[in-house]
Design a protein around this ligand. Sequence first.
Ligand code: GKR
Ligand code: MG
Length: 419
Amino acid sequence: MLIREVTVTPVAFRDPPLLNAAGVHEPWALRTIVEVVTDEGLTGLGETYGDLDHLGKVRTAARSLIGLDAYHRNAVYSAVAASVGAEVVTDKHGLTGASTREKTVDRVFSPFEVACLDIQGKAAGRPVADLLGGKVRDAVPYSAYLFYKWAGHPDGPDDVFGAALDSAGLVEQARLLVDRYGFRSIKVKGGVLPPAEEIEAVLALREAFPGHPLRLDPNAAWSVDTSIEVGRALDGVLEYLEDPADGIAAMAAVAPHVPMRLATNMCVVTPDHLPPAIRQGAIGVLLIDHHYWGGLVKSSHIATLCATFGIELSMHSNSHLGVSLAAMTHLAAATPAVTHACDTHTPWQDGQDVVAPGALRFVDGAVPVPDGPGLGVELDRDALAVMNEQYEKCGIRSRDDTSYMKRFHPSFSRRRPRW
Ligand code: GKR
Ligand code: MG
């Protein structure tokens, strides 16, 4: 089953002004859609980041895959690694941790691996979850992912979600998401307001949603001392505290002094980070993300390895579309170690998607695993064309939450720790 053709399409979709420790989301979020076609006429889909440096690597890698067997994952990985060379690609926003060469290769490889698994599933008439070992759950629970946010982008109209700039606003946002999607756990993107206000918001959510597990993620905006204070103030309230402090050593300094597990998608983001994090007891939960952990198979191996060391698994997300949601759902469905509800930004896309409607939906906060062959989703070609045109016109080429924030608040700076 040889790879005959690979198409790489950058897309842009509207994104609300979601606040985080690095700044604020720009009006357009970028992604890249990958289509791999075999000599037998099967097409597989993958989705990855849209930042220009990364896109360039994805395009170069795509050319090196022609003629390879879609079943030969190792050969595809080697071709991607050779095409990436020695370069390390970094994110401007810094919200998914440090970059290494392995992480750079893993990120470029991921959409092609997902597309090849989609092809293999289609060839076998089986869902991708079956290729990963089979489902251990029929539907994958996701969390309501709350953000402090402005009512709209300063240069545009207010959006449908409204403003959320205090605990009342966050509780109202949670109600909207829980009512609309049925989410049964809640994540708060923190690192935006002074810690005392974020503690108050979490306590308000606890009162409003007594049965929902809660998590707080300030993206490493706090010092070790502040992290310990917040952790202690939220004793018995949080399921886990995500990336309070910056780096393995700082997380390890916090961990023994707070009552809950510490989670990360920042200090452990590539295999090299695991030995020191485990040795130092820095984390109790890893947020796996197949987009930078080298695809679905490697992510599932990492998850199993973590479970061996007593590290629990959740799943990380960035602004994404339905090809990613499908891949995340198959991975979580087939990975027993993923015991926490996964993160997703899907609600913030408010229905914009490149996949045809129907295959993916939320039922009681969970996405039933698509049971069609492969990923079980099809491209909506009209939507893809519209989003590609939006990409061409939007003028954004790399996500940069900090510069966008500085346009409206010139004194803003990205500081770690801020508090
Ligand atoms: O979308 O602003 C955002 C998030 O902060 C995202 O970029 C992070 O990577 O969701 C992520 C996280 O859990 O840190
Ligand atoms: Mg995080």
